[in-house]
Design a protein around this ligand. Sequence first.
Ligand code: ADP
Ligand code: ZN
Length: 610
Amino acid sequence: MTHTDAVDVLQTIYGYDAFRGQQGDIIDSVISGDDALVLMPTGGGKSLCYQIPSLVRPGVGVVVSPLIALMQDQVDALRALNLNAQFINSTLDVDSVRNIEHQLRAGQVDILYVAPERLLMPATLSLLDELDVALFAIDEAHCVSAWGHDFRPEYMGLSVLSERYPDVPRIALTATADGRTREEIAKNLDLVGAKHFVSSFDRPNIRYLVREGQGSREELWRFIKAFHPEDSGIVYCLSRKKVDDTAAWLASKGRVALPYHARLSAKEREHNQNRFLREDNIIVVATIAFGMGIDKPDVRFVAHLNLPKSVEAYYQETGRAGRDGEPANAWMAYGLQDVITLRQMMQQSGADDQHKRVESHKLDAMLSLAEMTGCRRQWILNYFDEPGSQPCGNCDNCLTPPETYEGTEIAQKAMSCVYRTGQRFGVNYLIDVLLGKNSDRIHQFGHHQLSTFGIGTDVSQADWRGVFRQLIALNYLSVDLEGHGSVKLTEQARPVLRGEKSIQFRRQLATVKTSRGKSSRSKRTPIAIADTDQPLWESLRALRKELADEQGVPAYVVFTDATLADMVQKRPGSLEEMSMVSGVGDHKLERYGAEFLTAVEEFEAEIDGA
Ligand code: ADP
Ligand code: ZN
């Protein structure tokens, strides 16, 4: 039971060269019998932190996971490594459970997945009493916190593990926990003496792209067509109707796009989720109901057609892209209507005032992120208490720094127009007044006689919308949420009106033609496959799909994208060389090595022949 054993397992079973980040330390600590609390971003490699100690320590590793629907896939992935992994949950019949109990008593099971409510049943606990348990892993540990967003009361009962099995190490893992949630996890799981391993929350492989544009599906399609013509991805929308419309629209463009929202039957949802997990190039269009625990490692993009309601939600949803560490895109389009709709939803929710205030602060933070002109990643990390990072070079603002302009005078014009029309009108009307439109309505109210009538003709209609959006997003103006959408001045507007504070605006993209041209810089999937290697990449993917279909498992259970990309890079010419590819362990080498080798050789032969 040493570090060398752990490295040996990593290399021979998983086929990986080295531990990532804190994995090695965490694994050593658990192997030596200590408790641990692990915070690692999605895709950071949490699974190995409990799987390897389960294999190195004597006995079965018991993994508590709330995600019954995904246990099958997790078990499939371990079986593909020739490990004996099992799960016990409500989907199994009595005979299967009995069979697994038998294997457990015989000491044959390496890793057992179980849902918390099942684990806490007296029968399960007394079964465990008879067994050697290597460790307890509590996955998605934030579920134990009432502050968190996925509170599961069953998780509270897990403190019994420390009383009942004081000598078995426990490792709690989560990707989402602020300081307060972390404390609650430690307290409620009785992990007070546990070592905390907190990794950086940065996801350097995810590129953040945010643009103005009210849920424009043409923009979305242009993005998908250019960057992800054959990739898996998730598109988030706010409403079920928009989900259905967008899925149908993407389907009309020739992509397999499946809807996912609460109105679909449980069966349809499960069917769509399963296709997404199993096939290679499916787009799921979903409300936020989709995604909890989606372990698919090769989601290459996450797109938002509406603004999420908090930075936490945005980060969690975009975090479902690129779990395998390969390049992925997080794309978002949002506009003025999003701001108004979200504020309205918040206002009309039944929550108490305290709660509404928190929500409203969270939305403001999200809006600042959307409107900002500096590095988005740096801002996000700072938001999650990770200050001090450098501009990332992998977000839209770093790649194409936005044009800004001195907007104080324009802001003053907009604000005084709001004021002089009595703070009773919506954005469209205000813009008409600023542009000096001779509409009946304006004449009816006598606003053609105001000093602000027609003072804004030097600014385009689109730019005015951008100005109002930014003023509302940054809280200089507020929108009456009782339905009319009338705009009012806030306290913050005063110093601007008095000329004591200046404002910078971001120029509307539509009017910055050059950056459009630039943004088409790379017309390829974000995984770095050279054009000349595309045929090989595609034939390896096709072979993977064929093998996965034969066994009825998701494609990534055979090999992940990262493994195929490494194979394209290394071009193994022998089984020996194949074993050097990342993610090709002993068992997968034996099982798939020859077939993939042939695929590589055929490709090389064609090149030679050409
Ligand atoms: P998490 O549960 O933290 O989201 P996973 O455990 O699913 O992340 O790991 C994400 C991906 O990274 C998986 O495909 C996994 O096999 C791979 N991975 C994990 N650790 C390593 C490592 N040390 N070297 C190479 N790949 C790794
Ligand atoms: Zn950046």
